[in-house]
Design a protein around this ligand. Structure first.
Ligand code: NAP
Length: 465
């Protein structure tokens, strides 16, 4: 038999998860011109692109332009897409091992982290991930509802997801109507009574997780003022010392924006966004089972032994009246069947993308990239280098003969299996049909696209219902 990766015996790779890390796996493999590789990508949703479709804010269409590059990768004759096929139920590890030499898991981090404080489960307390998935039309979240009749809303955390949520709550209907936000969310936000949005950071402006373009945008909202308390904008001694020791352009820019917002006059816009620093929620207070306030403790900053500026609680408390609460303190990966997992990190056990057993030995043929490999951090492009690192390991292992030895190497075999196991899977052509419908509806409405938000409708539109 010819070597695996030759024209006669192509390397067969399964990719589970069709977000950025999945597509960068494809483009990285395609750069290896001497390697003959056939790639099959699986996603539990009928649609591809993971968080680019269901996470990136609808008013940040530029960030979604990466889909054009993913389209190019998908145009390769050696690429196939199987949407509406879930790993663990529709296909198993044994199925993949029987059909592929190497299996890549790029399933992301779909859940959220808790605050672990009393009252977190009260009605009106949600995760930002739920809200983001809802307004982006993720089919699993389309039926959620959020009480937007509340005037006061708090968002815990000051990363870029928190910025997205705050911006969506502060934008006008006209601004949102230009986006590809789900229709039901657009309608709900049209009726929104939200007036005050609070972003709550547990550390100071110099440790904020948002990035300069995102915090700059907060100062440019059409009908929302932005403000910061001057005592909280002022840098503490530990932050000043850390900034002096290590110059960081992003930190300097963030601090400058916050400083500017603390000096701004309010102009009487309909909404007010208040960014707070050095406060930690300690309890969500309820009335009749519904959130009515959040109790916060004032923190003080200190430099820890590792040099990082951290926050510790003082004995000063404050209750902030809010009727709606979003926790936005990071995404969390979930374990996949039959794959070693690090529970507290929420990542697949791996070394540079090679899946490992708990004793550190390599699991032959299994690999990972993206948030499920390294945790939920970085921008879309970070997944490019992350996938490249893993693909390099895959190519290196192939050279060493370390790969699975699948029973079925005929590409038709997986197709045949799915036709019995999950006949209503969607191919790339099916996805392009949905894509075209969404675009043409969007064009008619002066929007980038009008999204399908139900699996049933997606299947019906592609004749797979
Ligand atoms: P993130 O950047 O890790 O931010 C998490 C925030 O939660 C931080 O402010 C963190 O504060 C805070 N936090 C964590 N635990 C907390 C607790 N117990 N109490 C109070 N605050 C707590 O996470 P993210 O916002 O979910 O974003 C995930 C990744 O996606 C990031 O890399 C982000 O840049 C990226 N993203 C990018 C864009 C964009 O480019 N426009 C948009 C969305 C997301 P500490 O810093 O004190 O831990």
């Amino acid at each position: 038999m010819s070597a695996v990766g030759s024209a006669e015996n192509p390397l067969r790779v399964a990719i589970v998860g069709s977000g950025p890390a999945g597509f960068y796996t494809v483009s990285n493999f395609l750069k290896h011109k001497d390697l003959h590789v056939e790639m099959d990508m699986f996603d539990r949703l009928p649609t591809p692109f993971g968080l680019v479709r269901a996470g990136v804010a609808p008013d940040h269409q530029k960030d979604k332009s990466v889909m054009r590059a993913y389209d190019k990768s998908a145009a390769s004759p050696n690429f196939r897409f199987y949407g509406n096929v879930e790993y663990g139920s529709d296909i198993t590890m044994a199925d993949l091992q029987e059909h592929y030499h190497q299996i890549m898991f790029t399933t992301g981090a779909p859940f959220d982290r808790d605050l672990d404080i009393p009252g977190e489960d009260l009605t009106g307390s949600h995760s930002a991930t739920e809200f983001v998935a809802w307004y982006n039309g993720h089919p699993d979240f389309a039926s959620r509802s959020f009480d937007l009749s509340q005037e006061n809303v708090a968002i815990v955390g000051i990363g870029n997801v928190a910025m997205d949520v705050a911006r969506i709550l502060c934008k006008t209907y006209d601004e949102l109507a230009e986006t590809d936000m789900a229709d039901y969310a657009l309608e709900a936000l049209k009726r929104s009574k939200v007036k005050n949005v609070y972003l709550l950071g547990r550390r100071g402006p110099a440790q904020a997780a948002f990035t300069p373009p995102e915090i700059k945008e907060m100062g440019e909202l059409v009908d929302a003022d932005v403000t910061v308390r001057s005592d909280e904008a002022k840098l503490d001694a530990a932050s000043l010392e850390a900034m002096e020791a290590e110059a960081d352009k992003n930190v300097e820019k963030n601090v400058a924006y916050i400083n500017e917002y603390s000096e701004r006059e309010l102009t009487g816009k309909s909404r007010l966004l208040t960014i707070r620093f050095l406060v930690s929620p300690t309890e969500v207070i309820g009335r009749d089972g519904q959130v009515c306030a959040i109790r916060m403790v004032k923190n003080e900053a200190y430099q820890s032994e590792d040099g990082a500026v951290r926050a510790r609680a003082t004995d000063v408390f404050e209750d902030l009246p809010v009727g709606l609460l979003f926790r936005s303190v990071g995404y969390r990966g979930v374990a996949l069947p039959e794959i070693p997992f690090h529970e507290s990190w929420g990542t697949i056990l791996n070394d540079q993308g090679r899946v490992q057993n708990s004793d550190g030995s390599q699991v032959t043929g299994l690999y990972t990239a993206g948030w499920i490999k390294r945790g939920p951090s970085g921008v879309i492009g970070t997944n490019k280098t992350c996938a490249q690192e893993t693909v390099n390991c895959m190519v290196e292992d192939l050279g060493k003969g370390t790969h699975l030895n699948p029973e079925h190497t005929d590409p038709q075999a997986m197709e045949t299996l799915l036709q019995t196991r999950k006949p209503n899977y969607l191919s790339w052509t099916d996805w392009k049909t949905l894509d075209e419908i969404e675009h043409s509806k969007g064009e008619a409405a002066g929007r980038p696209r009008v999204k399908f938000t139900s699996v049933r409708e997606m299947l019906a539109a592609t004749g797979k219902g």
